[in-house]
Design a protein around this ligand. Sequence first.
Ligand code: FMN
Length: 190
Amino acid sequence: MAGSQHVSEHREVLYVIACGSPLARHVGRLVDLAQQDGWEVCVVATPDGAKFVDKPALARQTGHPVRTHYKNPGDPDVLPPADAMIVCPATVNTINKWAAGIADTLALGLLVEAQGKGLPIVAVPYTNAAMAAHPAFRAGIARLTEWGVTVLFGDHVVALHPPGTGEQHLDAFPWPMPLATLGSVSWSAA
Ligand SMILES: Cc1cc2nc3c(=O)[nH]c(=O)nc-3n(C[C@H](O)[C@H](O)[C@H](O)COP(=O)(O)O)c2cc1C
């Protein structure tokens, strides 16, 4: 199975985290590929990501509710614990906040915690050329990479598009790439 170098008696759980980009509309493609690869998949959307995804369809596809907000104190966990995470699409906003250790969305809280646990994480930013030019974004990618997160970013993944044209490039997105990359990320969890 992709993403694993250890023996497990249960199906490994992949969290697919979708941020606020039109690419999130197609995240079911990644879910489908991951399920074909043997993963049990749960989808988490940021509050802005939730505006793009089809939550009922993804819940049917995964068998798990799509979570967006932190649970209330005392409420049970509704998702199984993650063995690995793919953040796709990752927004500039979420990359920047994650690199600063901010955990003010469920998605960020899960990522900050997963990093501390040493789980394999692959992040795939999707944004336009202007937003991608911000120095904080470049610094955030560098910091996350330095800390062991695999960030897929650059023309070999997806070419940066002019502002306002993101919708036109969705079909060109290489959905197998994050999953294939996760398969080569070494397992460093305790
Ligand atoms: C129609 C629309 C499309 C957007 N597309 C992107 C995008 O592709 N990449 C990106 O980084 N931000 C994009 N944004 C901006 C983010 O949605 C915004 O920064 C938001 O705060 C991200 O929140 P999140 O990181 O919690 O998902 C878009 C916003 C809108 C309204």
